[in-house]
Write a protein that binds this ligand. Structure first.
Ligand code: NDP
Length: 479
């Protein structure tokens, strides 16, 4: 298998757009186009939704049962691993994520997503409710139907699989719209699904822009039963509005401005390692990025020095080189957004450590003396940029951490067990990590509070979103 021209995948076929339009995907390291991609519009979306509808209403997929579906999803996972190098290098070329991460993390995690949700769907019991009144009730979790999955560019394969795997495992069919900046691995994934024996029409992919394009057309299409969306909070609002017109349930995984709290009792080696991974990993292009760091005053100075040193020690450069830890930012527009934030931060009086880089590279950057309402402190920068602010006591730390409309994740570094529980309980966030970062259990709920999202996915939360529970009541008294 090779990447080649990146086609739509509709009803089991690799197809051009009806109008024959294409666009170029740019490699952020060379800053030159590297492949052509089908440029879809409403007509292509309509074809894909019709194919998914037919596969949902008449095809074998929703009816084949968890064991057989699970077997095919495990085959897809096997094929992901077997084609891991191609999938990984495709994402690396498309959006600049270092190949060590795409090979070492994203491919195994994509395979794990399919394996986990296949097994979870097969093993999860449904409720049986024996009643006192001569009736027996039970619940059937039936596929919702056609799922629109809209993915962002920052972790293309991993996030697409996170949306598609539970949808398919629970018997739905899917139309996936990947982000324009990183479309190529989605087509490879859909080709592997066909090779695994997943029937045509079950997993469709349509490429093209979001606003005023494929994404919008998909969310407005009357043939959709669920929308699972990952992206910016502002886009999430547009998606909710479109979904509301057809009463379609949405799951929104949105942006973050996540706090990391470092208490003076923390093991500073652990705290610096955790904070550097959270702030600079994937060049900060992570919804979960720990970009607002609050450090208890006695250790603030030492922490800033050590975090800056940790950032400087990270190898930045060609994402295709296995030594690289920080790749370029994903696009020219995004590079401009991040560097504009740094320019503004300097004008706002922040002290800036790091932040240099050529091309679309921005090296890890630490900011201190950051005014509370500075944009770099309140908005999602989505670059390798961390603000570090001192606090004086636990109450202060919790207040500062919660001082944001976002609420996706938070990190707490402390060796005081009681404090860890106490603070975790008070943080307004969907996930709190204590002395660690990015540790995921696929059974656990994942999602955000406030501007960071609506709903949860993972484990039973995914089942509840991707199915329609039906109650069946049977008269067993014979009257
Ligand atoms: P965007 O919101 O810009 O785009 C996300 C997806 O939505 C893309 O496929 C985009 O298409 C599409 N889209 C854009 N406008 C519309 C619309 N009106 N209707 C339907 N679809 C639309 O986010 P980014 O791609 O820039 O991704 C980064 C964001 O994602 C950050 O805010 C990050 O925090 C968030 N994110 C959240 C995660 C979470 O789990 N909470 C995980 C990862 C990222 P196109 O790009 O082709 O225009």
């Amino acid at each position: 298998m090779a990447t080649g021209f990146v086609a739509h995948v509709i009803d089991g076929e690799l197809v051009e757009s009806v109008r024959g339009n294409r666009f170029e995907s740019v490699d952020p390291w060379t800053r030159a186009p590297w492949t052509e991609v089908a440029l879809g519009d409403r007509t292509d979306v309509d074809r894909a939704v019709r194919a998914a509808r037919a596969a949902a209403d008449q095809g074998p997929w929703p009816r084949m049962g968890h064991t057989e579906r699970g077997r095919l999803l495990h085959r897809l996972a096997d094929l992901i691993v077997a084609n891991g190098d191609l999938l990984a290098r495709t994402d690396t070329t498309d959006m600049g994520r270092p190949v060590t991460s795409t090979v070492g993390r994203d491919v195994p995690r994509a395979a794990a997503n399919f394996r986990f949700f296949a097994d979870h769907a097969r093993l999860t019991p449904a409720e049986a409710l024996p009643s006192d009144h001569g009736h027996h009730a039970y619940t059937r979790y039936e596929p919702a139907g056609v799922v629109a999955a809209i993915a962002p560019w920052n972790l293309p394969l991993m996030l697409s699989s996170w949306k598609i795997a539970p949808a398919l495992a629970w018997g739905n069919t899917v139309v996936l719209k990947p982000a324009e900046q990183s479309p190529a691995s989605a087509t490879l994934l859909a080709r592997l699904a066909l090779e695994a024996g997943i029937p045509p029409g079950v997993l469709n992919v349509v490429h093209g822009p979001g606003a005023d394009g494929v994404g919008q057309a998909l969310t407005e299409h009357p043939g959709i039963d669920r929308i699972t969306f990952t992206g910016e909070s502002a886009t999430g609002r547009a998606v909710s509005t479109a979904a509301a017109r057809h009463h379609v349930p949405v799951s929104l995984e949105l942006g973050g401005k996540n706090a990391a709290l470092v208490f003076a009792d923390a093991d500073l080696d652990v705290a610096v390692r955790t904070a550097a991974a959270a702030a600079f990993g994937n060049a900060g292009q992570m919804c979960l990025s720990g970009s607002r760091i609050y450090v208890e005053r006695p250790v603030h100075g030492e922490f800033v020095e050590r975090l800056h040193a940790a950032g400087r020690a990270m190898t930045a450069g060609d994402p295709g080189d296995p030594a690289t830890e920080i790749g370029p930012l994903a696009s020219a527009a995004h590079h401009r957004k991040v560097t504009d934030h740094l320019t503004r931060a300097r004008a706002d009086g922040c002290r800036v450590y790091g932040g240099d880089g050529s091309g679309w590279l921005v090296r890890p950057t630490v900011l201190t003396d950051v005014p509370r309402h500075a944009p770099v402190q309140t908005r999602e920068v989505f670059g390798p940029v961390a603000t570090v602010t001192p606090f004086d006591h636990e109450e202060d730390a919790v207040r500062l951490a919660n001082d944001t409309p976002f609420g996706l994740s938070a990190t707490v570094c402390t060796t005081d067990l009681s404090r860890a529980h106490r603070v975790a309980a008070r943080l307004r966030a969907g996930t709190v990590w204590v002395n660690c970062f990015f540790v995921r259990d696929l059974r656990a709920p994942f999602g955000g509070v406030g501007a960071s999202g609506v709903g949860r996915e993972g484990g039973l939360f995914s089942r509840d979103f991707f199915t329609e529970p039906k109650t069946v009541v049977i008269d067993i008294a014979g009257c």
